[in-house]
Design a binder for this molecule. Structure first.
Ligand code: SF4
Length: 339
């Protein structure tokens, strides 16, 4: 549950004082932000840095956030698993989660004494919206004795009904850790199908899918290969299985970033949300990226303006009722322990 969004702040100006204060920040991010973009971004960055200090706040940003948020104002970045693990260790009073709603809920579950804010409470996720707690209770009834593992892309309500959570980075490991010959892996049918191909555990699933990754087709990769035979193609496991079959490597956003940093392919295509390529390009100077741009409209609801607004007013706080939080937290803790 969250409180209503507040109106946005007025635009800030790029004054000589702002330019001078923000010069060291620009020096740090100039490989990611152009000199033409900076005068528009800098006043917001300046205000966010001031507010973070004033409110004793930190900003957590998912890999799919835009370059201005990811590079200029975030303190902690990563995929869902990395953000969950790091959220547990945050000592600041306030966490601003630049990602979608289930990520902010996860941060609150793992560090409940902190104030957790989300700059836009409408930032949802097609996977999280595909299943309810009542659906999970019915699945449990229909499949007695079968352990249920949910992808973290679900609400706290759903997490409170399952045995354990997983992310795209650890799904196979978590499924196999349950010691069962059959596991319900929900709600992403493509992640489930992709895990099923790598394990002897029988996987049952749910008909949810990511509205971004479901758009990719195997023909997209075949076209990339035709145009650029030397290109290395990395695909996210939320893509349909026939897409992964065409790829050279499949992994979470962190897995893909590590692959590019370590193997340094000359030409690479990341089959995932388009901010990924933007955000790792400067750290991978040996690789050229082919843009394969499919944007998550939910992730893109988060903007610098909305971060200023929620930090200034400490608005859009995320709460989870304790009777839901306790079992939901246990399913996330079980995942962290098993990974
Ligand atoms: S990219 Fe897909 S899974 Fe991730 S937040 Fe957007 S809709 Fe949800």
């Amino acid at each position: 549950m969250t409180v209503a969004a507040q109106p946005l702040v007025d635009e800030f100006e790029y004054t000589p004082e702002v330019a001078e204060r923000m010069a060291p920040v620009f020096e740090r991010v100039k490989d990611h932000i152009t000199a033409e973009e900076w005068p528009v971004i800098a006043p917001y960055v300046d205000e966010i840095i001031r507010l973070k200090k004033e409110k004793n706040a930190v900003i957590l940003a998912h890999n799919y956030q835009t370059r201005d948020i990811f590079h200029c104002v975030s303190d902690i970045v990563g995929d869902s698993l990395a953000l969950a693990i790091k959220a547990k260790e945050v000592e600041a009073d306030v966490m601003v989660v630049c990602g979608v709603h289930f990520m902010a809920e996860t941060a609150k579950l793992l560090n409940p004494s902190k104030k957790v804010l989300i700059p836009d409470p409408e930032a949802g996720c097609s996977l999280a919206e595909s299943i309810t707690a009542a659906d999970v209770r019915q699945l449990r009834k229909d499949n007695p004795g079968v352990p249920i593992c949910t992808y973290v892309n679900t609400s706290a309500d759903v997490k409170s009904e399952v045995d354990i959570c997983c992310t795209s980075a650890n799904a196979k490991k978590i499924v196999e850790s349950l010691g069962s010959d059959k596991v319900l892996l929900i709600p992403d049918q493509f992640l489930a199908a992709n895990v099923a191909k790598t394990t002897d555990v029988e996987i049952l699933t749910w008909a949810g899918q990511c509205e971004v990754h479901e758009l990719y087709k195997k023909e997209d990769i075949q076209q990339i290969r035709k145009d650029h035979p030397e290109c290395v193609v990395l695909a996210h496991p939320e893509c349909p299985p026939e897409v992964l079959d065409e790829a050279d490597f499949s992994g979470s956003t962190t897995g893909m970033a590590d692959y590019v940093k370590e193997k340094k392919p000359e030409l690479v295509a990341l089959i995932t949300e388009c901010s990924m390529s933007d955000n790792i390009r400067a750290d991978c100077p040996d690789s050229e990226f082919i843009m394969s741009c499919t944007m998550c409209p939910h992730m893109k609801k988060i903007t610098l303006e909305k971060i200023v607004n929620c930090l200034r007013d400490l608005s859009n706080e995320v709460f989870v009722d304790e009777d839901i939080a306790k079992p939901a937290r246990a399913s996330i803790e079980a995942m962290i322990a098993a990974s």
